[in-house]
Design a protein around this ligand. Structure first.
Ligand code: 4AD
Ligand code: MG
Length: 442
């Protein structure tokens, strides 16, 4: 592919040369006989300097008038300068305006979060969103590489589905000709048949939950990566999950030093992430949450007090993860608070062979998974007990009729993982265009 300009990211190969760059005006300032223009082009930021003595008067004056985010072609000489951000500077020889921007709404001052997300289409150009989304890019690629390198086959699951996977309270409905379709909450049900064909499979796509909760951990549209493996039981699933997470963390530490620095992420806790991760049962976790010290913290925060047998709230997860400096895997959940498809523990059928992986530093659940019910009659009983429409699950039950085997899988929410790795407070930053209960725009 031929280009008539170079990228800022390529300047190392052009020191002391004259080059042409194309990009947008990110910042500018002026000091007497010098104008400073910061150009950004997606590969980096470059301080370009116009010296009064070197350029035409017209160009020199123009630098002051140029609105931020105008698109420019700049010609100049590259200088290596250790003090310059990025290590290079450019002395401007010529400047052409491709398009003069209108007054740019996002200025280098504090804007409210709502304003920034109403302008997400422009906010994407700012430094922090770019750093976060570059880390997301690395996480997504790591997920694909991890499974591909281990012989998993990608199986794309449908988004329009006839039934619920993760509980009917968070289902999005949409008219579908003369019937009703639901937006997929998970690809899992479609992966289970596929693992009986390919052995090891995964899917990776958008999933939808009509979450009425306005928390910083919930989106209505998010991306989930889900492996599913035949002949795998809970202990091996835990090993797969911890290998997966430590691989992703390693890749991000290796390849995202720059964006992590922009985010001022203290990476000491990420560098500690090493297999094996601690494993605790739900009962052990519940014991921690019932301690007077934990209960006092819940009271202090005005959060509901944890009760044995119930699901964890956000603060419960935070309190649990504070006890460990690694991601922690909570297993053996009360069957009645978990999904219909989870295999019961043979020693105590009131417990389900499920796992939640909680990220450290208070980030909470990033992975949910389980061993699946592989007995036909037990599964049928479960579907009925959960008031789910048996006809819609006939195909899913079928899998238990033809060479059924124990199998397991999990799902990791990409945005939950990226939020943790970036060390930022809210999930909405980690997806290009967040969808939340009150946000469908832009
Ligand atoms: O724990 P969940 O509901 O599990 C499942 O959907 C299983 N069917 C996955 C499987 O076994 N194949 O969701 C899995 C993960 C959560 O741990 C969390 O990271 C993320 O998906 N997640 C959300 N992320 C953002 N917003 C939401 N509303 C989310 N709900 C779940
Ligand atoms: Mg879950």
């Amino acid at each position: 592919m031929k280009r008539d300009f170079v990228y800022i990211g390529e300047l190392a190969q052009h020191v002391d040369e004259q080059v042409v760059l194309k990009g947008w005006l990110y910042q500018k300032r002026s000091s007497g006989k010098i104008k400073f223009l910061v150009l950004r082009d997606g590969t980096g930021y470059l301080q370009c300097i116009a010296f009064k003595k070197d350029v035409s008067e017209e160009l020199f004056e123009q630098c002051d008038r140029l609105p931020l985010e105008s698109s420019l072609t700049i010609t100049g000489k590259v200088r290596a300068d250790e003090r310059a951000p990025g290590g290079y500077e450019l002395s401007i020889v010529d400047l052409q305006v491709i398009h003069e921007a209108g007054e740019y709404p996002i200025q280098p001052k504090e804007h409210g979060v709502e304003f920034l997300f109403d302008n997400r289409h422009l906010y994407l150009r700012s430094r922090t969103p770019q750093a976060v989304l570059r880390i997301r890019n690395e996480v997504v690629q790591s997920c694909r590489d991890f499974f591909y390198e281990r012989g998993f086959v990608l199986i794309d699951s449908p988004i329009l589905t006839p039934a619920a996977c993760e509980g009917t309270t968070t289902l999005f409905e949409t008219p579908y000709f003369d019937t009703t379709a639901y937006l997929a909450q998970s690809g899992q049900l479609y992966l289970e048949p596929a693992c009986m064909a390919f052995g090891k499979v995964y899917c990776f796509g958008p999933t939808f939950r009509a979450e009425k909760s306005k928390t910083r951990r919930h989106l209505t549209e998010f991306w989930m990566v889900e492996p599913e493996v035949a002949f795998m039981e809970l202990p091996q699933l835990l090993e797969l999950a911890e290998d997966f997470i430590s691989y992703i963390v390693g890749r991000v530490l290796d390849r995202c030093a720059e964006p992590l620095k922009i985010l001022e992420r203290d990476t000491t806790s990420l560098e500690r992430v090493k297999v094996p991760f601690p494993r605790i049962t739900y009962d052990e976790a519940a014991k921690i949450l019932m301690e007077p010290e934990s209960q006092a913290k819940m009271k202090e925060a005005g959060a509901p007090l944890f009760e044995n047998g119930s699901d964890f709230g956000a603060l419960d997860e935070t309190l649990l993860t504070e006890r460990f400096d690694q991601p922690v895997m909570v297993t053996h959940w009360p069957a009645e608070i978990k999904s219909f498809y989870m295999q019961p523990d043979a020693d105590d059928p009131t417990k389900a062979l499920g796992v939640d992986v909680l990220a450290p530093e208070g980030y909470g659940e990033i992975i949910g998974g389980s061993q699946r019910v592989h007995d036909h009659d037990l599964l049928l009983e479960r579907i009925k007990a959960h008031d789910l429409p048996v006809e819609a699950f006939q195909w899913y039950l079928d899998i238990r009729k033809y060479g059924s085997v124990p199998h397991s899988g999990f799902g990791m929410g990409i945005e939950r993982c990226v939020t943790w790795l970036c060390g930022i407070p809210h999930l909405r930053e980690t997806i290009p265009y967040p969808r939340q209960i009150h946000r469908l725009y832009p």
